[in-house]
Design a protein around this ligand. Structure first.
Ligand SMILES: [Zn+2]
Length: 589
């Protein structure tokens, strides 16, 4: 790369360094807070600015130094959020040669001696400015003894001294220091805001660039204004023509977005050959395999957001349609692709031949696309797919818990994720419990029918005949806390109409038996007594469920269905076993 291009790198970043707070890109919250502090005269003695590199910490620190010391064009102004830029302090600080504003890079001055120098200097009044200001960049790099020396000064700072610390790693700054600072977090600038900023600069600089090219730079900069401007510089220096997405992709070693869309689209529809061809063309254009996979991850992420009901506003016009198409695959498949790509990204990074690893990954992705999701496999093998339209589903028996789903949420999703082309269910088949798989990030949809409600509502309330029915009653009367306490703490000793004998587990609230008696009487319109017994009693509902689940999991692990699932999804584990129709593990049980 030629010397002139290298020299050109920082031109834009320097030229467009913000001169006023209103020009700080994407830091509106910080500017508002600072403005309030200034106008109220509530200025801290020390500030700490934190954020990733290139978001504007140093620019903000210098602006703040100017704002604190600006005297206005007439020489009479006070501290301000709008430094005039004309007065002597403003100009000297902007030029980096104001005698009272000291910039220290802690990365190169980490010793205690430097801190001592600072402290000795703190004792002297500012030479000409209102405040003596120390800007300490990368403050987390200071040694422990330097921090200690600094701390003494921060504890009793002279009125005319201000400290402005900047750091990329706020966690490495001692709390004793942080607690004496006003803290400002500079956020990463979102890609669309960066793109808008870049577009404006391109117009002023007469750089012609299409929207895709700008968007590619903004994405690559990952929230850093400085990186974005440096990349724009670099790209503009490399060609006299208009900047194009392909040109930017070449420069970054990143895949063109269109290539990534083609790879993912083909892989997710099971077309391994087309996906491999697109991958080969992308790499032939100079894209690093690792970058290709990272871009696929980004696309899957965006498609998942869309599938979950999110908006595509931050995407370019040309990307919206393909991402919408991907979103149609549904969250289950996208989630599985995400898991595979994420794992594969690590493999590609560490593989001796990253290109080969990327190809293997794309092949696996295409192979996976042809597979039903674990939820579909279970339903298919078990013969419990959703019924064809017009044919009522066999009510899903629940071998585990014959009661209605806890929490009153008896609604299964109207549109299960199952492939509607699989043959209809055999209604005579004995459906096994649905299950949840852990390894592939897959959440199987519940079958369409919820478990039947246990007891129909009638005029004379039914009398409960089991602990389960009692906890159900509590749920149905909108007392989830009581229901949960019953499930967790109550062991049944004896139950007959009007009389409940229980024992309680450790940690049960004292009032539980009384509450149960009162509420049972209310729910059933007949008098109930609840007595505490010394007897051991049975298992609590929660213990019962755990035992059943353990047993089911053990049985299930031996079942042929699971054998085939384990073969299809190496590394999969049975995380939990649920009755069909129950959407999630009940968090209260
Ligand atoms: Zn000024």
């Amino acid at each position: 790369m030629s010397e002139s291009i290298l020299n050109g790198y920082r031109v834009l970043a320097r030229k467009y360094r913000p001169e006023r707070f209103s020009e700080l890109i994407g830091q509106e919250a910080l500017v508002r807070t600072l403005g309030n502090a200034l106008s109220l005269g509530r200025l801290a003695h020390a500030f700490v600015l934190t954020g990733v590199r290139g978001v504007g910490k140093t620019s903000t620190a210098r602006l703040l130094a100017r704002g604190l010391n600006c005297i206005g064009e007439d020489g009479k102004g006070g501290p301000t959020l709008e430094p005039c830029g004309m007065c002597e302090p403003c100009q000297a600080i902007a030029g980096g040669h104001h005698v009272d504003v000291l910039e220290i890079d802690a990365a190169s001055h980490t010793g205690v001696d430097d801190a001592r120098e600072i402290i000795e200097g703190v004792g002297y009044r500012p030479v000409s400015a209102r405040f003596k200001i120390y800007i300490i960049d990368e403050v987390h790099m200071m040694s422990k003894s330097a921090f200690n020396a600094l701390l003494k000064t921060l504890e009793e700072p002279p009125d005319n001294v201000k400290f402005i610390f900047a750091t990329t790693e706020i966690r490495k700054v001692p709390v004793t220091i942080l607690s004496r600072c006003q803290r400002f977090d500079l956020r990463r600038v979102p890609a669309d805001e960066l793109a808008a900023h870049l577009t404006g600069i391109c117009e002023r600089e007469s750089i012609s660039a299409d929207a895709e090219a700008i968007s590619a730079i903004a994405r690559a900069a990952e929230g850093s204004v400085r990186d974005a401007l440096s990349l724009l510089d670099q790209a503009a220096a490399m060609t006299a023509d208009a900047l194009s997405a392909e040109g930017i992709a070449d420069m970054l070693g990143r895949p063109g977005r269109q290539d990534s869309i083609t790879i993912l689209g083909a892989a997710m529809t099971g077309d391994a050959a087309a996906a491999l061809a697109a991958l080969a063309s992308s790499m032939a254009n100079g894209a690093e395999p690792e970058m290709v996979i990272a871009d696929l991850l980004d696309l899957v992420h965006r498609a998942s957001l869309k599938a979950a009901g999110g908006s595509l506003d931050t995407l370019l016009e040309v990307e919206r349609a393909p991402v919408s198409d991907l979103a149609e695959l549904g969250i289950a498949r996208l989630g599985r692709a995400w898991q595979m790509l994420l794992k594969g990204h690590g493999e590609v990074t560490s593989a001796p031949q990253p290109a080969a690893a990327a190809e293997m990954l794309v092949i696996r992705l295409a192979h996976l696309a042809n597979m039903p999701t674990p939820g579909e496999i279970v339903r298919k093998l078990a013969g419990t797919e959703p019924p064809t339209p017009g044919q009522p589903a066999a009510p899903a028996q629940t071998p585990v818990m014959p009661e209605a789903p806890i929490g009153g949420d008896a609604e299964a999703p109207a549109e299960p994720l199952a492939d509607p082309t699989v043959p209809p269910a055999d209604p005579t088949a004995d459906p096994p419990p649905a299950m949840m798989m852990a390894a592939q990030g897959e959440v199987p949809a519940a079958p369409p029918e919820a478990a039947p409600h246990s007891a129909p509502e009638t005029d004379t309330p039914p009398q409960p005949t089991s602990l389960l029915e009692i906890s159900d009653l509590a749920d149905r009367h909108d007392q989830p806390l009581l229901a949960s306490l019953i499930r967790t703490h109550v062991r049944l000793v004896r139950l007959q109409p009007g009389l409940l004998e229980i024992s309680l587990t450790d940690g049960a609230p004292d009032s539980l038996a009384g509450d149960m008696a009162r509420q049972l009487t209310r729910w059933t319109d007949s008098r109930w007594m609840v007595s505490l017994s010394e007897g051991p009693g049975g298992r609590t509902i929660t213990e019962d469920r755990q035992a059943v689940r353990r047993q089911q999991r053990d049985e299930l692990a031996e079942a042929p269905i699971m054998k085939s699932i384990f073969e299809t999804f190496p590394g999969a584990e049975i995380e939990s076993v649920k009755p069909a129709g129950q959407e999630d593990e009940d968090p209260r049980s």
